[in-house]
Design a binder for this molecule. Structure first.
Ligand code: ATP
Length: 235
């Protein structure tokens, strides 16, 4: 579904991504792992058009995403859950969710989308009229995922969904991602520092180190390799 071919990305004169290539197949969960500053967020932002690549190509279902502004990505079936949730704190949960359905096609299905999303996240349902800024971290992450789902994406990009959450909540969030993949056929690219957790739900994974993909394999293979666990996954 998503094909990233040899992208090079700079912040000013400083190169941060070096020939990064990755693929995400239809209905796959793919994890992009790596330590702080490896370039994971930069990769996601480049896919969504928030950052420009110097060279390389990115395509979705065979169609190149070249020169497409970030706001149009959503109409091509891509939604992103950003690091740190980035909710609108002074708006209610319901209003935050509706922002996810700003695209006309998603807006037309907003009622139906809201119903299945709230069924999946009863906690969000309970908090619909609460200001998003007053939610707990875990609740905010659920709202951030719900908001992305309101656009009815085919490909969901998640940036560090486990960040700052208690272990039981992390598990809950990852269970939900897996459920979305199995039951709704959602394709997922998840960026994580919590490699152990991500590899438990991912089919495949890539490891980024200093802006380069240094490893890619099936999640099971990565989890079971002693060398890989020590050298790249900090396990
Ligand atoms: P983390 O897990 O800490 O978020 P990451 O793997 O997502 O790390 P990036 O945020 O993609 O890493 O950052 C990759 C590199 O690019 C880092 O060295 C970072 O300092 C640098 N960088 C990120 N954003 C900018 C920016 N706006 N201007 C300049 N350099 C940046």
């Amino acid at each position: 579904m998503l094909q990233v071919d040899s992208i090079n990305v700079y912040y000013g004169d400083v190169q941060v991504l070096y020939n990064v290539s990755l693929q995400v197949g239809c209905q796959e969960i793919v994890a992009l792992l790596g330590s702080n500053g490896a370039g994971k967020t930069t990769t996601l932002k480049t896919i969504t058009g928030l950052l420009k690549k110097q060279t390389g190509n990115i395509s979705l279902q065979g169609k190149t995403l070249e020169k497409m502004p970030a706001y149009q990505m959503v109409s091509h079936g891509i939604a992103m859950v950003p690091e740190g949730r980035k909710l609108f704190p002074n708006m209610t949960v319901r209003e935050n969710l509706m922002i996810g359905a700003f695209h006309p096609e998603a807006f037309a299905r907003a009622k139906e989308s809201m119903a299945w999303i709230l069924d999946m996240f009863p906690r969000v349902n309970e908090r619909l009229n609460q200001l998003a800024g007053t939610l707990s971290g875990g609740e905010q992450q659920m709202v951030a995922i719900s908001r992305a789902l309101m656009s009815r994406p085919r490909l969901l990009l998640l940036d560090e969904p486990s960040l700052g959450l208690a272990p039981n909540l992390v598990e809950q969030i990852f269970d939900t991602i897996q459920e979305l993949n199995i039951k709704q056929g959602l394709t997922v690219l998840v960026v994580e520092q919590n490699a152990q957790m991500a590899l438990q739900i991912a089919h495949r994974a890539y490891v980024l180190e200093n802006g380069e993909i240094v490893l890619s394999d099936n999640a099971d293979q990565l989890l079971n390799s002693e060398k890989v666990r020590e050298a790249y996954l900090g396990l």
